[in-house]
Ligand binder design. Structure first.
Ligand SMILES: [Fe+2]
Ligand SMILES: [Fe+2]
Length: 320
């Protein structure tokens, strides 16, 4: 932060002035405890979503229909692992430990996006996830590039560039299926039918029920409300669905001249809440696989720690 405030100002006044001036808050700056706690919760949930989100698509790597598709999908799934790493690192700048965050994920004390609790039943799901899920993620994340917390905002710049590749590959995959045989077209349509509503739920509960939104917007962690972002996403998707030759499964979807936006039907928030409560189709499977991956990777962490310790001793001996 560089805002000039009198040096008699309280740390809180300095923080408020920096936020008001649209400056970035950096790890060593004073910040309110609740601001720190909100960021830890949000960045951790975001990081968890990136790494759990690898699972539904990784399910198709061995069954990708061509070498080209396999290479693209592998690159995408690896990108998601990278996003998790940037975000855990960003969370660590707030004084938490990655190990502790993973422990909270594994014990169900911290969440990941409910979208990843749905199954990937066919190859077309890889396309629908790229187009809709990564598309919704971009809509949510582009404004986060201007988030008031510096490390989170900077991580988001790179993530958004990669997400836009993810969205394009999904769109292109669906386009190929949509223009393919009748069976391929039907497979693409079925995937879009299943992923559309869960994608709209990714923006979170309606504004009037959103517990954290107001304060997050005042702190400029969040720049737009859940409903605003959801509307933006719907407005982007409708013409894209038309170009794809696919329909969106909502009979209430129509252009509203007066509002200058598409109207859409009611979202089934009961389903959303059930999935959040752990009762989605794949909640148990996703967490079990994550815990197993963590245990299977213990030797890598041990080896890396031992290697770092060995080098630290060698350096000390060199200096002695
Ligand atoms: Fe990602
Ligand atoms: Fe992605």
């Amino acid at each position: 932060m560089t805002t000039t405030v009198p040096h008699t100002a309280t740390p809180e006044a300095v923080f408020d002035a920096a936020v008001a001036a649209d400056e970035r808050i950096e790890p060593r700056d004073w910040m309110p405890d609740a601001y720190r706690a909100t960021l830890v919760r949000q960045i951790a949930q975001h990081a968890h979503s990136e790494i759990i989100g690898m699972q539904p698509e990784a399910n198709w790597i061995t069954r990708a229909p061509s070498l080209r598709r396999k290479a693209i999908l592998m690159a995408k799934v690896q990108d998601e692992a990278g996003h998790g790493l940037y975000l855990y690192s960003a969370a660590e700048t707030l004084g938490v430990d990655r190990e502790e965050l993973l422990d909270k994920l594994h014990s169900g004390r911290q969440r990941y996006s409910s979208i990843f609790n749905y199954p990937t039943l066919t190859w077309a799901d890889v396309g629908a996830i790229g187009w809709l899920v990564d598309g919704a993620a971009i809509t949510n994340q582009v404004p986060l590039c201007r988030c008031s917390y510096g490390p989170y905002a900077r991580a988001m710049v790179r993530i958004c560039k990669e997400e836009s590749f993810h969205q394009r590959q999904g769109y292109e995959l669906l386009l190929a299926l949509s223009r393919g045989t009748e069976a391929q077209h039907a497979m693409a349509q079925d995937a879009v039918n299943r992923w559309w509503w869960p994608s709209l739920m990714m923006f979170g509960p309606p504004d009037e029920q959103s517990a954290h939104s107001g304060q997050s917007m005042a702190w400029k962690i969040k720049r737009h409300s859940n409903d605003e972002l959801r509307q933006r996403f719907v407005d982007i998707c409708v013409p894209q669905a038309e170009s794809l030759g696919l329909t969106l499964p909502d009979p209430a979807l129509r252009w509203n001249e007066e509002r200058g936006h598409y109207d859409f039907g009611p979202i089934d928030w009961d389903e959303f809440n059930e999935v959040l409560r752990g009762n989605g189709p794949c909640n148990a499977e996703r967490l079990a696989q994550r815990r197993a991956a963590h245990e299977n990777g213990a030797w890598v962490r041990d080896a890396a720690t031992a290697y770092a310790a060995k080098h630290a001793t060698a350096h000390q001996e060199d200096r002695a």
